[in-house]
Design a binder for this molecule. Sequence first.
Ligand code: ADP
Ligand code: ZN
Length: 721
Amino acid sequence: MNRACVILLNSALGPLDYRVPDGMQVEPGTIVLAPLGPRQLVGVVWDENRIASDPVEDHRLRPLLSAYDLPPLAAPLRRLIEWTADYYLAPPAAVLRMALASGNALDAARPTIEYSATGTPPERMTARRAAAIDRIGERQGSVRELASWGGVSVSIIRGLIGAGAIAPVEISPATRFPVPDPDHAPPSLEAAQGEAAALFAAAVEARAFAPFLLDGVTGSGKTEAYFEGVAAALRAGRQSLVLLPEIALTEPFLTRFAARFGAAPIVWHSAVRQSQRRRAWQAIANGEAAVVVGARSALFLPYPKLGLIVVDEAHEASFKQEEGVAYHARDVAVMRARFEDIPIILASATPAIESRQMAEIGVYREVRLPDRYGGAALPTIEAIDLRRDPPPRGRWLAPALAAAIADRLERGEQSLLFLNRRGYAPLTLCRKCGHRFQCPNCTAWMVEHRLTRRLACHHCGHVMPPPPSCPSCEETDMLVPVGPGVERIADEVAALFPDARTAIVTSDTIWSPAKAAEFVAAMDEGAIDIVIGTQLVTKGYHFPNLTLVGVVDADLGLSGGDLRAAERSFQQIMQVAGRAGRGEKKGHVYVQSHEPEAPVIAALVRGDAPGFYAAETEARRAAAMPPFGRLAAIIISSEDADEARKAANAIGRAAPKQDGMAVYGPAPAPLAMLRGRHRLRLLVHAARALDVQDVIREWLGALEWPRGVRVAVDVDPYSFL
Ligand code: ADP
Ligand code: ZN
């Protein structure tokens, strides 16, 4: 009797045993279709004895329905899935789902049909049809995608297909992706780059686990250096994976990659269309995809012959996933490299303290690029003391910064103003009664967005039109914005420099890779004089004519008392400063602050990154905070405040007394209400050597709570909201 243990794509279920019917071949890793009640679910055959399934007698087993004609998930990926589930206390099925891209990607043996506009107008043209065709433009996709792009119903798209204005296009699964050529256009590398490149190439050839920390100042040419690792993998017929922190960064990356290798890599992120995703998944799984660039979700895909992983901008907090499986892609990437027995490169100009520490103790090999490529100088950083040199009333740019912008305009150079706040103003209140607009679902203010004329909650997405009168005192025309967001800075810039061409860069304006490409093109053409942006503009971009950076509020990130607040501020300002003076002209950075003597700002001005990091690292060591100690957060939430509090108290009371571990709370989470759920938090602080996951598993495993209560564990938390 042939039985198989299967993990189904259903996080509520543990592994189940099935009978393998005669004639069906399965092995660990085989992707199968299995019956569950009246339903059919995708699952993966797992190794016997690695994961416990409920014992079921042979005669009661149901047979598997079919096995997919796809390569089985390889052992290193199966080990990674087990490790991730174990470390982050997540159901294995939830991790497996990321490898199988939710199972939607599996059926691609057939050609897919997509649709696009033909250019022939329908005989009967209505305003709605015309608008839809216009919005769809040159895009190609499913009927549903076209409907969403066109802002119309599916039936209107069907009508347009019937009228010949939109036509089907067949995408054959046999269409191959172009193959990048390692010898297409190799650069001539500078000495330090060449040494780094040689190390990476040798490590790829050696095919053994080798973690590198590529620590190079902004503009040092880290990408060119790790591209040589990718070239070595291409020559060896192995796949490479490059993880980027932000979808917006893939667009410039693609251009550079194509210039170096003569063909684009395969792209993987949430904005990739369903049909493309399916084709990409298949190409990855069968080994055809030579190089994949993507967001963190690309990490779990079933590469059969991975030869190299690169995590670019590895310090970025966006590698930490907060929803679903709360994992850190940088850390899991290192584990994947370990299981695959391959090199991994963590590249950053401002490595995280965790990564530096690993280099310090010799686990990671540090590779340094100390100078900018091509002899470009690093920018000068200067603080503006807002107490001594304040902006005029109701304004946010100090006279010295405004003068510097004027100077750049005169010289035809570009400026960048950085403020990590979307919208017009972070808080809106009523001038008469002082009523503050708060989100009904969250402990957060509604943020005014003038461009889209609404108030929005940045946590749950709740929006409302600006009310004509105050809901509290009914006064009309009473809204007063308090504090600046990027839109308000843009207004100030327009008032100061009416002829300057400005662009606001935030997730509100750059919401797709195409929008990012448009922005980059406009900058390159010199069609923009002043950029006003959030953290979205701090990383990756290379604009040679940008010579001035102004940090509007350097104190912003320092409030809040988050463990990493100082480190994150330092990284963010270093990164945004790194956008200045990347070409032949020298860059200058102004940092506006009410407290320029704060250690972060003082270190930035002195150019003393090592000093700053040494002090931060010592502070962490003294407090036994990560990476010297461990943290885990337990978030308890419910729509019912009372129920949430009771459950949190019960969990808190049941906390095990354990040497080397302290439990704090429960306390209301800083975002005490989020999306209509009341939240409380327990924080577990433990010694490094303690298996804190095991303790939490046992602790929570013995408890029960009402159905409406959700308990989520965040191991190595980044967000302290
Ligand atoms: P980083 O990622 O380290 O900030 P980049 O990789 O963006 O730096 O490099 C900065 C600029 O220098 C880019 O425009 C890049 O194309 C260019 N560059 C770097 N190394 C070379 C090289 N060896 N040959 C030609 N151009 C290079
Ligand atoms: Zn909200």
